[in-house]
Design a protein around this ligand. Sequence first.
Ligand SMILES: *Cc1c(COP(=O)(O)O)cnc(C)c1O
Length: 233
Amino acid sequence: MTSSSPDLLITSSFETVRRKIARACRIAGRDAAEVTLVAVTKTQPDEALDAALAADQRVFGENRVQEARSHWTSRRGTPGLELRLIGPLQTNKVADAVALFDVIETVDRPKLVEVLATEAVKTARDLRVLVQVNTGAEPQKAGVLPEEADALIAQARAVGLTVEGLMCIPPADEAPGLHFALLRKIARRNGLTVLSMGMSGDYEIAIRFGATHVRVGSALFGDRKPAEIHPKD
Ligand SMILES: *Cc1c(COP(=O)(O)O)cnc(C)c1O
């Protein structure tokens, strides 16, 4: 193992995670094509990005607009590339985010909806978004509260954003299943089909609860430094 090059390790990690996704789908009676692996490249070096691209990965998640730009500007032309913002978005970074990302998964407040809608008009973009729900109502965590989600979804639709679905990050110290089920319930009553839920530790569980997008970082690329796991933006 220790003599393997980093990209060989990454290649085999992709094989392992894809195999586990396929198995989780089989167990859940779902078609594996319903689940998209979003490779989370925050804090990763360029070699990791290139190894992922070489392993035919095309859908990527990033937490921070600035880092995403340095990661992806030179690779933006890769055929089939899809970039998804999965970290908090400040309104003063909306223009940069809209310019770079295909999908913004972290829409969580009325003001952000307004600014995104203005930017979408200005740039003549059809803006694909997810609404992030704070399923655990954790004070320190981003996301709209579950009871305010319907109104935010309605607002985003009313101003012309393409709301594709919902995203959540369950509390670290709780079993995630109830949170995934809550997200699915809010999605269903709003007629939404995309569910971005599940990370390295729980993506197989999330698939059981209907995840269509699993966001996986460390299981593909190895552990990040602890201080970088929850970067502040
Ligand atoms: C970092 C991050 C992930 C990936 O986390 P891992 O546990 O490394 O798979 C997924 N989603 C979000 C929002 C993240 O910030």
